[in-house]
Design a protein around this ligand. Structure first.
Ligand SMILES: [Zn+2]
Length: 175
C-alpha cells in the first residue's frame, strides 16, 4: 500500500494502529482502538479524517474515562522493518560429480570475497572429485573444472590481499 491510509480499511490493511484521544483538554484520555470491532460497527469504508460540516463516527465515540462524546483519532503508523539483504554477495556451489551438473548444493555463503575465496579453496580441496564454483550472482568468479585445484592460501597471502584492498580504498597498509 502506498500513500497515507484514508479509510478504516486502509488503516487495518496497513497494519497501523488507531488511537482515540478524548477531545476534552482536562481529560485527554487515550486508548488504542480495537480496529476490527470499530470496522464491524461503523464500516471499513469510513474516512479516517472527518470532512468539515459532515458527521463523523468519531463524534459518536464516547470517552471511556470522562464519558463525554467525541474522540479525536490519531494514527500510529506501522513502519515495516527494512528488508534485510537476504542474498549474500558470494556463494560457493557444489555441482556434484556427474554430468549434466544441473543441480547444485550451496556449501557456503559470504559477503566478503576473501572469506568466500577461503571457503571455495576449502571446498575444492575437500571434494576434489566434485565440480565447485565460487559465484557472485550468476557470475562465476572461480571454477574448479576450469581453474583446477586452487593454491591453498596462507596467512601471508591474506595479508597481501588485505593490504591490496586497503590501498585501493586509500587506507595505508599496516606496517
Ligand atoms: Zn475523556
Amino acid at each position: 500500500m502506498d500513500g497515507a491510509p484514508k479509510t478504516l480499511d486502509d488503516v487495518q490493511k496497513g497494519g497501523h494502529e488507531l488511537i482515540a484521544l478524548c477531545r476534552d483538554a482536562r481529560c485527554r484520555f487515550r486508548k488504542t482502538i480495537d480496529l476490527r470491532r470499530l470496522i464491524m460497527n461503523v464500516g471499513g469504508w469510513h474516512q479516517l479524517l472527518p470532512t468539515r460540516g459532515e458527521p463523523h463516527f468519531s463524534d459518536r465515540m464516547r470517552c471511556p474515562s470522562c464519558k463525554r462524546m467525541g474522540m479525536s483519532l490519531w494514527l500510529e503508523p506501522h513502519i515495516p522493518p527494512p528488508r534485510a539483504s537476504s542474498e549474500p554477495n558470494f556463494r560457493v556451489l557444489d555441482w556434484g560429480r556427474e554430468y549434466p551438473y544441473s543441480t547444485f548444493t550451496m556449501i557456503a555463503t559470504a559477503d566478503n570475497l576473501m572469506v568466500a575465496g577461503g571457503a571455495y579453496v576449502a571446498a575444492v580441496l575437500f571434494y576434489p572429485d566434485k565440480w565447485i564454483t565460487l559465484q557472485q550472482g550468476a557470475f562465476v568468479v572461480e571454477d574448479s573444472k576450469r581453474d583446477g585445484i586452487p593454491k591453498h592460501l596462507t596467512a601471508d597471502d591474506y595479508k597481501i590481499m588485505r593490504d591490496g584492498e586497503m590501498s585501493l580504498s586509500g587506507v595505508p597498509p599496516a606496517p
